[in-house]
Design a protein. Structure first.
Length: 204
């Protein structure tokens, strides 16, 4: 619960700070992709866990079972970048990710790439986030992290938003398992494959 409150606080504070800085800027043409951008995002992910960490074989079971886990993840991201052309933009980003189970929190730090189909007020786009997840929880060590997807940029009134769907891959090794009555603790590689749904707000 505390982690979700922190995620929400980071997202709200980022919006407030940027809006305060941009109040005195002149109006720009909303039909154009230009200049610097700041896009705070919130994300929900549904993950598919792949790990070689089996539990003890249950009597009567036909195969070894795996640890129970919650596939949902909740995240907040901040993307900072620049439109090098009206159709291409790139920058950097940082996020805070909370997984339900195995319960963990990590900090993605990444390069943010965006390509727009049109230089227009409303337009489809594709994106790629490539980087690493930094450690926040003792069970994880830093590992590679990538998200690829497509989305749509659109206006509601005078405010610009983005909505997107993507595929996220996260690889972490080792996974430090806890000691239980059934097996000794050890180190295991762990991958997370997730389908993600993201809503962002473009602040320029």
């Amino acid at each position: 619960m505390k982690s979700r409150i922190l995620l929400l606080a980071v997202f709200i504070l980022s919006i407030v700070s940027v809006q305060a800085q941009t109040q005195n800027r002149q109006d720009r043409d909303p039909n154009k992709n230009e200049d610097l951008y700041f896009i705070p995002e919130i994300r929900i992910g549904y993950g598919f866990l792949d790990t070689n960490n089996p539990t003890v074989l249950i009597p009567g079971a036909s195969k070894t079972t795996y640890d129970n886990y919650t596939p949902m993840s909740y995240s907040a991201f901040m993307n900072f970048g620049y439109h090098f052309t009206p159709l291409y933009a790139a920058g950097i980003g940082v996020g805070l990710m909370q997984y339900g189970g195995p319960k963990s929190t990590s900090l993605p730090t990444y390069l943010d790439f965006r390509g727009y189909l049109h230089d227009a007020k409303n337009t489809p786009f594709a994106f790629a986030k490539v980087g690493v997840c930094l450690q926040w929880w003792k069970a994880f060590t830093p590992g590679s992290w990538t998200t690829l997807g497509v989305g749509y940029k659109f206006f509601s009134g005078k405010q610009c938003f983005t909505a997107s769907v993507g595929y996220e891959f996260k690889h972490i090794t080792p996974w430090n398992d806890l000691l239980t009555e059934n097996y000794q603790s050890g180190q295991f590689s762990l991958n997370r494959h997730s389908i993600t749904f993201t809503l962002g707000m473009i602040l320029q």
